[in-house]
Ligand binder design. Structure first.
Ligand SMILES: NC(=O)c1ccc[n+]([C@@H]2O[C@H](COP(=O)([O-])OP(=O)(O)OC[C@H]3O[C@@H](n4cnc5c(N)ncnc54)[C@H](OP(=O)(O)O)[C@@H]3O)[C@@H](O)[C@H]2O)c1
Length: 264
């Protein structure tokens, strides 16, 4: 099986790392097309083949992953359209870019619209996908690729891809933002920076591990920590006073709105 990735930026690299880890040793070929040759080095250190020519990457490919920015998608699709192998599946990870546009620019129907996240590089992406392809074999192939970078969930409407963009596509950045601010606050009250970082990261790791257990209820668990009259209760009171709930709601809505705009 030949897998081509077009665009070797943040996500192209994350996909390449995830796919390489998963299929390593198996019968597969991976080729990344990236116009900026300086970015080829990261792939070479993983022994992944690169090219500056998109047509070389798509030649004979079974799966083509489009990982360029939404604004570059139309030109990229049109450039490769007449060279697409007859029986290949094209996976677009671009935020907002509609399936109908992709099919028109590629002059191809075998297209899957996907929203992964950067955790693909360690095989932990939560990926949602949507397609109107009827061919079961193609859907199985797309699922196989998406499961190589984490968990994959098919959704029944394209709008859910834009919604997922605001939650899981952008989500790692929200978590890392919160970590960043927690570390800074720890330092501000006098903790050593390395200690503040270790305490913050291990707290996120443990809390996530517990959350993944059965029947996790975030409110019930929060109340177990925030006992009456204690420190956590004071912290949560400040979150509430400052309107953190509304801020999160506003942030998710802004990301959702932007995701939809990016495809226009
Ligand atoms: N970053 C995320 O966490 C994330 C999550 C989910 C989905 N996505 C989606 O993933 C896509 C890529 O995002 P990214 O963050 O990886 O962007 P990025 O780091 O800018 O990567 C895109 C890469 O594609 C290259 N490129 C542009 N046009 C090309 C062409 N015609 N042929 C070959 N390479 C080309 C760019 O080179 P230049 O820089 O030289 O233009 C750049 O290296 C976007 O559509 C985004 O919506 C991103």
């Amino acid at each position: 099986m030949k897998i081509a990735i077009i665009g070797g930026g943040n996500m192209g690299e994350a996909f390449a790392r995830g796919i390489h880890r998963h299929f390593s040793g198996g019968d597969f070929e991976l080729c990344v097309a990236e116009k900026n040759v300086e970015k080829h080095l990261a792939f070479h250190s993983l022994e992944i083949v690169t090219t500056s020519h998109n047509l070389e990457a798509v030649d004979n490919a079974d799966v083509i992953i489009l990982a360029v920015k939404p604004a570059d998608m139309e030109q990229t699709c049109r450039d490769i359209s007449i060279h697409l192998p007859g029986k290949c599946v094209v996976i677009s990870i671009a935020a907002g870019v509609k399936l109908g546009s992709l099919k028109e620019w590629l002059a191809c129907n075998n297209v899957v619209r996907v929203m992964p996240n950067l955790l693909a590089s360690i095989g932990k992406s939560t990926t949602v996908w949507y397609t109107d392809v009827q061919d079961e074999e193609m859907k199985i192939l797309a699922t196989k690729i998406l499961e190589s970078i984490g968990s994959a969930h098919e959704v029944g409407s394209e709008n859910e891809i834009d919604m997922a963009t605001a939650i899981s596509g952008c989500g790692p950045a929200y978590v890392w933002y919160f970590m960043e601010k927690m570390i800074a606050a720890g330092v501000a009250i006098g903790l050593d920076a390395q200690v503040a970082k270790a305490l913050t990261l291990q707290t996120f790791e443990g809390a996530s591990a517990m959350a993944l257990g059965e029947d996790f209820d975030p409110t019930a668990m929060r109340l177990k920590v925030a006992s009456k009259g204690g420190s956590t209760e004071q912290a949560i009171a400040v979150f509430d006073e400052k309107g953190v709930e509304g801020t999160i709601d506003g942030a998710i809505r802004a990301a959702y709105k932007r995701a939809k705009e990016l495809g226009k």
